[in-house]
Design a protein around this ligand. Structure first.
Ligand code: THU
Length: 160
């Protein structure tokens, strides 16, 4: 028997003032996308911006439905938009921003498990890591170097 340990390195920015100019642009695009979220049921809005290798930015936000499970998270709306319109372009970064009309979201909001799995599929296929930034409405921003940092021991198509 062997015991193994997985360690995770991530960066915590105290707020957006610590971001570079290009990171801040992505941050603002995620907030812009968040404002168009359709979240009348949860009141929890999520906005995403994706940076493609050409510099193009793709946005997405959560879309809810009266039949609750029919809604979709912002991350998957954005990555599927990129994959369907720019299938040959690598995704370099994803920025996620969340807010709620019920309370101030002052903690970084990380992507849900299904979004991690979906994003991992594209990261693995493009053989290039996707940097993940996530934040709430105020406060800290967390950055990991890869989707797989958020999904250790990932299930992927090499197992099929
Ligand atoms: N949501 C996202 O858009 N991304 C996540 O990673 C977590 C949750 C959305 C789904 C739903 O519309 C609302 O937030 C509350 O769960």
């Amino acid at each position: 028997m062997t015991e193994k340990k997985i360690t995770l390195k991530f960066i915590v920015y105290k707020d957006s003032s610590e971001l570079s100019h290009s990171e801040n642009n992505l941050f603002l695009k995620a907030i812009e996308a968040r404002k168009n979220a359709y979240a009348p049921y949860s009141k929890f809005s999520v906005g995403v911006s994706l940076l493609l290798e050409t510099g193009k930015i793709i946005q997405g936000n959560n879309q809810e439905n009266a039949a609750y499970p029919s809604g979709m998270c912002a991350e998957r709306v954005a990555i599927w938009n990129a994959a369907s319109n720019y299938p040959d372009l690598k995704v370099e970064k994803i920025f996620i921003s969340a807010s709620s009309s019920k309370k101030t979201v002052d903690q970084p909001v990380s992507p849900c498990g299904s979004c991690r799995q979906t994003l991992a599929e594209y990261e693995i296929n493009q053989s290039h890591n996707i940097e993940v930034y996530f934040t709430g409405e105020t406060g800290k921003i967390i950055k990991t170097n890869s989707i797989r940092d958020l999904l250790p021991l990932v299930f992927d198509n090499s197992l099929l």
